[in-house]
Write a protein that binds this ligand. Structure first.
Ligand SMILES: [Fe+2]
Length: 205
């Protein structure tokens, strides 16, 4: 069983008020909701092993659960497109990071601005080639660097309209190639050390 993230009581109101958002996300896009739950579990496990503070774990927990909440604002024909997105569609899809930031910031509760900032940056790349702000290395919030790894892992582990599920070994080969460009090498090292014994390991080994 995965160890649960320590719960910081300061963020209890934010956790409570965002529950309705989880339900809304489940109705809009049930696959994204289930993916968000697994990214939450994997992120908490990685954050604990990185020895994040209780406060940072609280922020990570909220941000991981809602990293893709901005997809609520993306049109169905792009969200559900069964093939690769063209340049315009990709630009629209990429807006989900900034839309998610706005949604969580709007709750105006303790921790919401920090969690919103993490959500904005969850698609930044370690080498500065991600979006929306092309941040690099430690400019990217640590919680966003964690979600980048866990989000990538889980997205590849399941079948979606535009790709088939990959095996654990295939995913790890891809993540290994992306280490240092997309992903933080130190975090990847920790991720590799526990994923094989995690309950969130890809169904196909
Ligand atoms: Fe995302």
């Amino acid at each position: 069983m995965e160890k649960a993230a320590a719960e910081d009581p300061r963020f209890a109101p934010l956790r409570r008020h965002t529950k309705a958002l989880s339900v809304a996300l489940g109705y809009r896009d049930v696959l994204t909701r289930r993916h968000s739950e697994r990214v939450h579990g994997l992120s908490a496990a990685l954050g604990e092993r990185y020895l994040l503070s209780k406060k940072q774990l609280g922020i990570l927990e909220i941000a991981a659960s809602f990293h893709d909440i901005g997809k609520i604002g993306i049109p169905d024909h792009i969200l559900d497109k069964p093939s690769y997105l063209d340049e315009d569609e990709r630009r629209t899809m990429n807006q989900h990071a900034a839309i998610g930031e706005q949604i969580i910031a709007a709750t105006d509760l303790e921790g919401s601005l920090e969690a919103a900032r993490v959500i904005r940056h969850h698609h930044e790349h370690f080498d500065g080639r991600g979006y929306p702000d092309k941040l690099a290395g430690e400019q990217i919030p640590i919680c966003a660097r964690i979600i980048s790894i866990t989000d990538s892992y889980d997205a590849m582990a399941v079948t979606r309209s535009y790709h088939k599920a990959r095996t654990h070994r295939e995913i790890m080969l891809i993540l290994d190639r992306e280490t240092g460009t997309k992903h933080d090498p130190e975090l990847m090292h920790i991720f590799c050390a526990f994923i094989e014994s995690s309950i969130y390991i890809a169904a196909n080994i």
